[in-house]
Design a protein around this ligand. Structure first.
Ligand code: F6P
Length: 193
């Protein structure tokens, strides 16, 4: 691919409440980011026609809603890491209710699988078809979630997948990846909101 554009969804209600998972709407700031994203992409990508890939969750679709591109695709494989029984909880609640799990995750964040949910390794595996499809595309903008973006980012940056849980992918930042023979060039564009 020529260019891969990556972004997390805008801030969600759950982000504000520090709850993980779920399918909440964007917050007011999140909607502001969605509005701004159109101009930020235009400014940096110019007139190229992008394909926009989101997850099936509301917060990524809401983030993509103002983008003026015809090709929009929803992938279940881009949904956030499934936190199983911990879905909808804060990290504090998880530590209190499932202290052993909380510690196990801290000890090995890549391998730890939430009860009834997924590990980072599981996410890497389910992302394979997405990566395959991406390899054959020209210009794609992917709007998805923190854990998923960490895995995609690590893949293109040639970082061992075990390190993906620690990649920094902040909110309200558009990441431009330019895969080259010698490595991937990265540009991070922060939205001022
Ligand atoms: O808090 C936002 C979020 O996307 C959660 O939905 C998800 O469980 C979490 O980030 C993943 O980050 P970490 O692996 O660091 O807990």
């Amino acid at each position: 691919p020529k260019c891969i554009w990556l972004s997390r969804h805008g801030e969600s209600i759950y982000n504000l409440e520090q709850k993980i998972g779920g399918d909440s709407d964007l917050s007011e700031r999140g909607f502001q980011y969605a509005k701004k994203l159109k101009g930020i992409v235009k400014e940096n990508a110019g007139n190229v026609e992008l394909s926009v890939w989101t997850s099936t969750l509301k917060r990524t679709r809401q983030t993509a809603q103002h983008l003026p591109y015809k090709k929009k695709l929803q992938w279940k494989a881009l949904d956030e890491l499934d936190a199983g029984v911990c879905d909808g909880m804060t990290y504090e609640e998880i530590e209190e209710i499932y202290p052993d799990d909380f510690k196990a995750r801290d000890d090995d964040k890549y391998e730890y699988r939430y009860r009834g949910g997924e590990s980072y390794r599981d996410v890497v595996i389910r992302l394979e078809p997405v990566i395959m499809e991406l390899e054959g595309q020209e210009n794609v903008l992917i709007i998805t979630h923190q854990a998923v973006l960490r895995c995609i980012y690590a893949y293109f940056m040639n970082v061992p997948q075990e390190e993906s849980p620690w990649m920094s992918i902040p909110l309200h930042t558009l990441i431009k990846l330019e895969p080259r023979a010698y490595g991937t060039k990265v540009t991070r564009i922060k939205a001022n909101i």
